[in-house]
Design a binder for this molecule. Structure first.
Ligand SMILES: Cc1cc2nc3c(=O)[nH]c(=O)nc-3n(C[C@H](O)[C@H](O)[C@H](O)COP(=O)(O)OP(=O)(O)OC[C@H]3O[C@@H](n4cnc5c(N)ncnc54)[C@H](O)[C@@H]3O)c2cc1C
Length: 280
């Protein structure tokens, strides 16, 4: 089946931490996706010709290349939200920093990916065993797909409790009262690299089963939260028994590879409970 191509308009661009942009785009009619999925942007050369999107088919040479970005909005929201961590000299990174503006037209295709919640019946979000729950580990922009996934988990739980069936309700915000424990471990280098702290604090405050943990690998002396890499901080949060957790890991590939190795080895988890998206 042909993957649909869409033209979207940038409606918001803001630097939210060191080298991190939050971007919003109009959501095209008919575009649907599952929380956790990504799209492929057509990225033109910064110094090359810029025909208006949609770009011509049969594009040759190096004029356009695709780059993957995880969707950070929920399927119910009207905008498409993305978070991009710039890599110095990178093609997507230069394009976002130097070319993309509010009002720019962009071409993308998708959605793609199997990095989605994997609930199993009858009510995966309220098993209630001690220690059971969803554990999300992200570094940098890897937090992006967890926003819709966490909101979906809360909404799914809400609708299952109210007998509304499997489909998440229209609102991305549910009460989350009771339900399976959700831990979000977010690692960045230092305070300057941190973003979405308010969102993490809000969602933890509003939902008694949601807990967030921020880990800085190179914090300032005044930092009072977790210190070190997420690999080392995860056992401080979970304890010694990871076997009741379903783990989702997203971020740079060195981290995701290492966490997967730990999860399947030292932490004793089963392969079916470990889901990984590496930002290669
Ligand atoms: C499924 C998926 C989802 C993703 N989602 C996100 C997301 O939500 N947010 C996000 O920020 N990223 C995401 N990524 C990563 C993203 O797609 C890009 O790979 C990343 O942003 C870097 O792209 P770039 O074009 O800026 O850098 P690239 O052009 O790919 O270059 C990467 C680095 O290599 C260097 N480099 C390039 N060419 C050379 C060369 N010839 N010699 C030496 N060095 C070179 C560049 O300077 C740069 O530092 C995702 C990746 C995947 C696979």
């Amino acid at each position: 089946m042909a993957i649909p191509v869409y033209t979207i308009v940038c409606t918001f661009k803001k630097l939210i931490a060191r080298g991190v942009y939050e971007l919003r785009f109009s959501r095209p009619a008919g575009f649907t996706f599952k929380p956790g999925q990504f799209v492929l942007f057509d990225v033109p050369l910064v110094n090359g010709p810029h025909p208006p999107a949609p770009f011509p088919t049969g594009r040759g040479g190096d004029l356009f290349q695709t780059r993957a970005l995880s969707i950070a909005s929920t399927p119910e929201e009207s905008d498409l939200l993305f978070v991009v961590k710039l890599l110095p000299g990178g093609r997507l990174s230069r394009w976002i920093e130097e070319v993309l503006k509010e009002g720019s037209k962009v071409s993308l295709k998708g959605p793609f990916g199997n990095f989605v919640l994997t609930p199993s019946p009858p009510d995966p979000l309220s098993q209630g065993e001690r220690g059971s729950g969803l554990f999300f580990i992200a570094t940098g922009a890897g937090i992006a797909p967890f926003r819709p996934m966490v909101l979906q988990a809360l909404t799914l739980h809400q609708s299952l409790r109210s007998g509304a069936g499997q489909a998440p309700g229209p609102s991305p915000v549910a009460t989350g009262e009771g339900g399976r424990r959700i831990d979000i471990l977010f690692g960045v280098r230092s305070e300057e690299d941190l973003f979405w702290k308010d969102w993490l604090e809000d969602i933890s405050r509003d939902h008694p089963n949601v807990f967030h943990h921020i880990a800085l690998s190179q914090p300032s002396p005044s930092w009072t939260g977790h210190r070190g890499r997420v690999q080392a901080v995860a056992p401080q949060i979970v304890g010694s028994d990871f076997t009741q957790k379903t783990l989702y890991v997203c971020g740079n590939p060195d981290m995701t590879t290492d966490v997967k190795r730990l999860a399947l080895g030292e932490w004793g988890m089963e392969k079916k409970d470990v889901h990984v998206e590496g930002y290669i």
